[in-house]
Design a protein around this ligand. Structure first.
Ligand code: NDP
Ligand code: 2IT
Length: 443
C-alpha cells in the first residue's frame, strides 16, 4: 500500500463518520502522491500523519437565553489545524448543519488555501450548530457573547484569528469583538472582518467574491478570453455570491441566477443587484421576494441553478451543492469554466466530469482565497496601526489572486498535470507548509 493510501485509511478509521473531512483529505492526499514519492524524507518524518491530525480541537458548551426567556444550549467548535507558517486563521460558521467533521474539512482546506496566498497564516476553523435564521439582534448578541466567553482563552492576535463564514458577517464579528475586549481588556486584531470604525479593512467584505472573479479572469486570460459578454450562473445569495455577481457584472458579464436555501431565481437580463442587496443583506429575507418586484424573472422552489444555460458557473453557497448530474448538465449546456466561491461545493464526481470534459476548473482553495488574503491584510494594518484605502487593498488582492493562479498552474505543470488546478493548488499549498514543518522538527 502506498504512503498516502496508508495515511488515508488510518484517517478514516480514526475519524469515523466525518465524511466531509474524509472527502477533503482524500482529494489533497491523492494530489500529493507524486510529491511524497519524490521526497522520501517526508514519510520518514511522518509528515502526512501529522498534517491530517489537528494540532488542537476545542469543543464547548454555548448556553444563552432566547427572547422567550428559555435557556438554549449550542455546541461551539474551534479546530486549530496547523500553525507551521503562521497563527491559525479561518472563519467561524453558524449553521444548524455544523458538526466536528464539517469544521475539520474546512480547517484542513484552510491550511493549503492560506499557504497559497503567500501570506504568513496557518489553518483553523470554528463555529457552532446555532441557527441565526429568524433570531432577533438581541438573541444573536447573547449567543455571540456566550460563544466568546469560552473562545477568548484560545484566540489572540498572534495565536488564532477567526473571521466570518456562513452565518457570520459584520454584525456577529462586532458582538464577538466587543465581548473579547471586555473580557481581556486587549484592543488587538483578534478577529478580521471587523467594522471599519474599529479596525476593519476596506474591501474585506467584497474580497472573497471579487477575488473569485479576479481568479476566474486569470483563468480566462490564459485562454485569451474575458468575462465580457459571458452568461454567468451563480449559486448562493450571501457575502461571496453577492460580490462575485457585482464584479462579474462590472466586467461585462450577465449574471442570470442566484439562490438561497429555499429556492432560486433566473433573470435572463441580468440579476438586479441592488434588489438582492436590499433583500438579503439589509432585510435578511427570502430570495422569493425578488420575483414580486421583477415580473420578468422566474422564481423556483428547491435547487436548479445548474440546469440553466451558461458559459461560466460560480458555486458560492455551500459544500457538495454541485453533484455529478449537475456537472453533466452544465457540460451539455456548453459551460466552459467553473470557479468555486464556496468551500468544496463540487462533489468528487462533478470535479472528475469537469476535468475529463475540458471544462476549465478553478478549485475553492485557490479561487476563494481572496477573503482570507484580505483578512491577512487586515491583520497587517492592525499591526501597523494604519488603514489602507479601498483601492490599495483591492490592488493587492488582484496581485495575490494572480500569484495564486501562477503558483497553482506552475505546480501542476511541474508534476506533469498541466491545466489541472486541483492538483496544482494542493501541491503548491502543501509545499510551503511541508518545508516549514520539516524545518521545525517533529512537533
Ligand atoms: P452567507 O451566510 O453570507 O451566505 C450563504 C448563502 O448560501 C446563503 O444565500 C444561503 O442561503 C445559501 N445556502 C444554500 N444552501 C445552504 C446550506 N445548505 N448551508 C448554508 N448556506 C446555504 O455565507 P458566505 O457567502 O460567507 O459563504 C458561502 C460559501 O463561501 C461557504 O462555503 C463559505 O465557507 C465560503 N467562503 C466564505 C468566505 C467569506 O469570506 N465569507 C471566504 C471563502 C469561502 P440562506 O440565505 O437561505 O441561508
Ligand atoms: O473559508 C474562508 O476562507 C473564510 N471563511 C475566510 C476566513 C478568514 O479568516 O477570513
Amino acid at each position: 500500500m502506498s504512503y498516502v493510501n496508508d495515511v488515508y485509511q488510518q484517517l478514516v478509521a480514526r475519524n469515523p463518520g466525518e465524511v466531509e473531512f474524509h472527502q477533503a483529505a482524500l482529494e489533497v492526499l491523492q494530489a500529493l502522491e507524486k510529491v511524497v514519492e519524490a521526497n522520501p524524507e517526508m514519510q520518514k518524518a511522518g509528515l502526512l500523519e501529522r498534517l491530517v491530525e489537528p494540532e488542537r480541537q476545542i469543543m464547548f458548551r454555548v448556553p444563552w437565553v432566547d427572547d422567550q426567556g428559555r435557556t438554549q444550549v449550542n455546541r461551539g467548535f474551534r479546530v486549530q489545524f496547523n500553525s507551521a507558517i503562521g497563527p491559525y486563521k479561518g472563519g467561524l460558521r453558524l449553521h444548524p448543519s455544523v458538526n466536528l467533521g464539517i469544521i475539520k474539512f474546512l480547517g484542513f482546506e484552510q491550511i493549503f488555501k492560506n499557504s497559497l496566498t503567500g501570506l504568513p497564516i496557518g489553518g483553523g476553523k470554528g463555529g457552532s450548530d446555532f441557527d441565526p435564521k429568524g433570531k432577533s439582534d438581541r438573541e444573536i448578541m447573547a449567543f455571540c457573547q456566550s460563544f466568546m466567553t469560552e473562545l477568548y482563552r484560545h484566540v489572540g492576535a498572534n495565536m488564532d484569528v477567526p473571521a466570518g463564514d456562513i452565518g457570520v458577517g459584520a454584525r456577529e464579528i462586532g458582538f464577538l469583538y466587543g465581548q473579547y475586549k471586555r473580557i481581556t481588556g486587549q484592543y488587538e486584531g483578534v478577529l478580521t472582518g471587523k467594522g471599519i470604525p474599529y479596525g476593519g479593512s476596506l474591501a474585506r467584505k467584497e474580497a472573497t467574491g471579487f477575488g473569485l472573479v479576479y481568479f476566474a479572469q486569470e483563468m480566462l486570460k490564459s485562454k485569451g478570453d474575458s468575462f465580457k459578454g459571458k452568461k454567468v450562473a451563480i449559486s448562493g445569495a450571501g457575502n461571496v455570491a453577492i460580490y462575485a455577481a457585482e464584479k462579474a457584472t462590472e466586467l461585462g458579464a450577465t449574471v442570470v441566477t442566484m439562490s438561497d436555501s429555499t429556492g432560486w431565481i433566473y433573470d435572463a437580463n441580468g440579476i438586479d443587484l441592488p434588489a438582492i442587496h436590499e433583500i438579503k443583506e439589509v432585510r435578511r429575507a427570502r430570495l422569493s421576494e425578488y420575483a414580486a418586484g421583477h415580473p420578468k424573472a422566474e422564481y423556483h422552489e428547491g435547487r436548479g441553478v445548474w440546469s440553466v444555460k451558461c458559459d461560466i458557473a460560480l458555486p458560492c453557497a455551500t459544500q457538495n451543492e454541485l453533484n455529478g448530474d449537475d456537472a453533466k448538465q452544465l457540460i451539455a449546456n456548453g459551460c466552459q469554466l467553473v470557479a468555486e466561491g464556496a468551500n468544496m461545493p463540487s462533489t468528487p464526481e462533478a470535479i472528475d466530469a469537469f476535468l475529463n470534459n475540458g471544462v476549465f476548473f478553478g478549485p475553492a482553495k485557490a479561487a476563494n482565497a481572496g477573503g482570507v488574503a484580505v483578512s491577512a491584510l487586515e491583520m497587517s494594518q492592525n499591526s501597523l496601526r494604519l488603514s489602507w484605502s479601498f483601492e490599495e487593498v483591492d490592488e493587492r488582492l488582484k496581485g495575490i489572486m494572480s500569484g495564486i493562479y501562477e503558483r497553482a498552474s506552475s505546480a501542476a505543470k511541474r508534476y506533469g498535470m498541466e491545466g489541472n488546478l486541483v492538483a496544482g493548488a494542493n501541491i503548491a499549498g502543501f509545499e510551503k507548509v511541508a518545508a516549514a514543518m520539516m524545518a521545525q522538527g517533529i512537533v
